[in-house]
Design a protein around this ligand. Structure first.
Ligand code: PA5
Length: 425
């Protein structure tokens, strides 16, 4: 389970501090499925369910793809790609020899971006995993048309064997196309929204193709959701949710998710979608932003230390790095660094983390930490389960429905009208 440390936020809490009775009530509503958006509360049971249903087939499909293709093109947007992208960049960013490379398309319509991906395919064998719960999202649908053409030109009648569709079990254009063309299909469960779907085939098939041990991830996630069901103030999800709501009420409108490991960058993008889409509605909500340290200390560091005091900071920490690397001793000591000689970079990094947080707290930025042992499968499962549950609790505490996204429709309506879609007004 993750550990949350609120000591760096304590001085900034107002009233009686984090409201644990509100967190408890929100957790109850969530667990009993008695609140708004209750139809989308299938995600806490998702790891246990997927283990019983599709996991074997997901692993088998991944093995088939890995054995014959050097590239998998994953086509999806929002919740239909950020979880997989985050997990792969977190655990397996550099494909090893023999690994299938996973490329992401359909998260926009920029032709230059697509052209680059197509260029990377060159004459390589590849498969396509098209992911869309609704099956109607324009950006992935347009990209999919383009990649279907390329598949047909390359594989002829065999093209359909190279398409894997992840979509609704019964409805939607993608489901109809999959049935009509015999594509192997996986399900986005009805009761799981896109941003909560990383432990379905949406996240697991691309992860498995990238070489991640998805059985291990799922086993850890099952245990993690069970542990997070604890109803007490020691539940880290209560601590985090209640602390951020307290800080928001005192004017900390922006939450910076910070991490000192660059491999967390895309997990932060996943987190931003999770929290932004879940909480930003009804004209309220903490704005989720992210920074990558120490790099961003030399760009955003000035604002964080000294700009408008609207920030709270959540630092994701790892107790141990995966690699040991020490600073070499140099007898001339011309660069003056011998005071660090023999010390592990991971240990030096942890000292820097403490120094940064101390500076930010003294500059008026409350700092919370969320830590796991290592950047491995267990760490990934712990972070995903924790952030998902805390998001649901925090959203209910703020009074919104954390499981819808009505605001996303506004641009689509304009876009379809302006593009001349038949019937669009
Ligand atoms: O979280 C969500 O529900 C959204 O971000 C969706 O995942 C995103 O809009 C893509 O939708 P779809 O999977 O229907 O193409």
């Amino acid at each position: 389970m993750v550990k949350v440390d609120l000591s760096g936020a304590k001085a900034f809490f107002t009233g009686n501090g984090p409201d644990y009775s509100a967190a408890e009530a929100a957790h109850k509503v969530l667990a009993e499925r008695s609140g708004a958006g209750a139809d989308f509360l299938g995600w806490p049971e998702l790891p246990a369910k997927i283990r019983e249903t599709e996991l074997d087939r997901i692993v088998a499909a991944a093995e088939k793809i890995r054995s014959r293709s050097s590239v998998l093109v994953v086509i999806g947007i929002g919740g239909s790609y950020l979880g997989a992208k985050g997990a792969i960049e977190f655990l397996r960013p550099n494909p090893g020899p023999g690994d299938t490379r996973v490329l992401f398309a359909g998260n926009g319509v920029n032709p230059d971006y697509l052209y680059d991906i197509i260029g990377q395919l060159a004459d390589r064998d590849f498969d396509v995993n098209v992911i869309s719960k609704s099956g109607t999202t324009l950006e992935p649908a347009v990209s999919f048309r383009i990649f279907r053409d390329i598949l047909s030109a390359k594989y002829g009648d065999e093209a359909n064997d190279h398409i894997f569709a992840t979509t609704d079990a019964k409805r939607g254009v993608l489901k109809s196309l999959a049935d009509a063309n015999g594509w192997e299909s996986f399900v986005v469960p009805d009761d799981v929204g896109g941003r909560y779907s990383v432990f379905s085939a949406v996240g697991l098939l691309p992860m498995a193709v990238a070489g991640i041990d998805v059985r291990k991830v799922i086993d850890c996630a099952v245990k993690e959701f069970k542990a997070l069901d604890e109803r007490s103030e020691s539940n880290p999800a209560w601590q985090y949710a209640a602390a951020r709501q307290n800080l928001y009420a005192s004017g900390k409108k922006v939450e910076l998710l910070a991490c000192f490991d660059p491999k967390f960058r895309w997990m932060a993008e996943w987190w931003k979608q999770l929290y932004g889409e879940s909480e930003g509605k009804d004209k309220i909500g903490i704005f989720p932003a992210s920074v990558e340290f120490t790099a961003d200390l030399h760009s955003m560091g000035q604002y964080i230390q000294d700009g408008e005091r609207i920030l709270m900071e959540t630092v994701v920490r790892f107790d141990e790095c995966m690699t040991f690397m020490e600073v070499p001793f140099v007898s001339s000591n011309a660069d003056g660094l011998n005071y660090l000689a023999g010390r592990d970079l991971g240990e030096i990094g942890r000292v820097i983390e403490d120094a940064v947080m101390e500076a930010h707290i003294s500059g008026g930025v409350p700092c919370m930490t969320v830590s796991v042992k290592k950047r491995n499968e267990e760490g990934l499962a712990s972070l995903v389960c924790f952030f998902e549950l805390a998001c649901g609790i925090s959203g209910y505490m703020s009074g919104v429905n954390p499981f819808n996204q009505p605001g996303v429709e506004a641009y689509k309506k304009n876009m379809f009208r302006m593009l001349g879609k038949p019937g669009a007004v």
